[in-house]
Design a protein around this ligand. Structure first.
Ligand code: SF4
Length: 411
């Protein structure tokens, strides 16, 4: 296991997101999907589209319990829901940003235009090499950049929609992450966020039994249990170390800690500014603190997604140089570069985020460390619950707990 001292959480900005006031919430209008991705934590259930009245109720539950800037509309694949346009419209009319989390397979230009008219704010496309996509089988992460580019160009054609990509990272695909970070830099004008989610499974090999209430349960019933012997404890600093092999200056600025581990990076955020030709540097913790705070003062909400018309204001962001070391260094690199080649002054400067997500960690003592201030809380029976563990509620009716098999709890 990597030593977390390679990044010091005390030197980063702790994102202010919490249970009742967060950047996003997580709506699942369907569990049906047109792919069967490895690492997915939702059971694919045919014909499981929720009626629009239930979806509306869940959106109202979010409104009642949680202040949020955006709602991720996930699943399953939300584009399969027959009322997806209406769902987007309902959210947008409430002045909340609707963000579609989709594999993109069902997206057409006509549907995209309809969604734009309904008020869609952004898309997060899940694209990775273990999805079994019909025309993309056995392609590497790097080869899949061609597909990512198709989706990014579709959004760019319609205009002013935030474009993000997420991919699950496995031990055997970790080495490809720098290639994706590089690709994103070259398309910084139309790709606004890259998200890397570290692979987890429900039943790691630890000497514990699993109980729901007082009853021992078989975790093999859950879709995300896996009997293959795979690495399930990849940590965010390992991804940073891999990226730094290609981009030594790659520097995260903000994080969410674990509920059990204050120095774990459950969500680790890096922001960079550049043109399509060159990345000028990485913003620091103060920059992110100012952005979150100003957005909250201005709109009453913490910020997650931003429209391209704002992310392309890289030059204006340099006005924050007096407050943030990172942005000072971006400005210095930029002006030095313009002096050597004045044509660069006319290149657009864009902001791009790279988020690394380290989901549930199983600790030696059997504790399960979650993301503190989880942004992806969804609704279950009128309550907010972790979307990554909702299968436990569906199958067993409550969260599952660990009990040591030998009766001894290690510290
Ligand atoms: S706790 Fe689970 S649902 Fe929440 S952000 Fe972390 S991985 Fe996602």
């Amino acid at each position: 296991m990597i030593n977390n001292t390679s990044i010091n959480h005390r030197e980063l900005y702790r994102l202010p997101w919490n249970l009742s006031d967060n950047a996003i919430s997580w709506l699942e209008p369907t569990s049906a999907c047109n792919l069967a991705c490895d690492g997915c934590y939702r059971e694919n259930v045919k014909d499981s589209h929720k009626p629009i009245a239930i979806v509306r109720e869940e959106i109202e539950t979010f409104e009642r319990l949680r202040n949020a800037d955006g709602i991720s509309i996930a699943g399953g694949d939300p584009l399969l829901h027959p009322d997806i346009v209406e769902i987007v419209r309902i959210i947008a009319e409430k002045n909340i940003k609707p963000i579609l989390n989709t594999n993109g397979a069902a997206l057409t230009m006509d549907l995209l235009r309809e969604l734009k008219r309904a008020g869609v704010y952004g898309f997060t496309f899940h694209v990775d090499s273990k999805q079994g996509r019909p025309k993309w089988k056995n392609k590497s992460e790097i080869e899949l950049n061609d597909l990512r580019l198709q989706y990014a160009e579709m959004l760019a054609e319609v205009g002013d929609i935030s474009c993000s990509f997420n991919s699950t990272v496995y031990e055997d695909t970790l080495h490809e992450v720098p290639g994706l970070v590089d690709w994103a830099a070259r398309h910084i004008d139309i790709v606004h966020v890259m998200v890397f989610i570290l692979y987890r499974q429900a039943v790691p090999k630890i000497p514990f039994d699993w109980y729901a209430g007082g009853k021992k349960v078989d975790m093999g019933a859950l879709v995300y249990s896996d009997t293959n012997d795979r690495k399930v404890d990849l940590q965010s600093p390992e991804v940073v170390a891999e990226i730094r092999k290609r981009f030594p200056e790659f520097t995260p600025c903000a994080y969410l800690n674990g509920t059990e581990k204050p120095d774990h990076f459950k969500w680790l955020l890096t922001g960079r500014i550049g043109s399509k030709e060159k990345v000028y540097g990485y913003v620091g913790p103060k920059f992110m603190e100012i952005m979150q705070t100003m957005h909250h003062i201005g709109t009453g909400k913490y910020l997650a997604y931003e429209r391209p018309k704002l992310t392309k204001k890289g030059r204006s962001m340099m006005l924050l140089s007096p407050f943030d070391r990172g942005i000072r260094s971006v400005a210095a690199n930029y002006f030095k570069s313009v002096m050597t080649n004045p044509a660069r002054f006319f290149h657009g400067l864009h902001f791009q985020s790279i988020m690394i997500i380290q989901p549930i960690d199983f600790l030696q003592n059997g504790a399960q460390s979650m993301c503190d201030g989880c942004p992806d809380m969804t609704v279950w029976n009128g309550e907010l619950v972790w979307s990554c563990r909702m299968e436990e509620l569906k199958h067993f009716g409550c969260w599952v707990r660990t009990v040591p098999q030998n009766g001894i709890v290690e510290r």
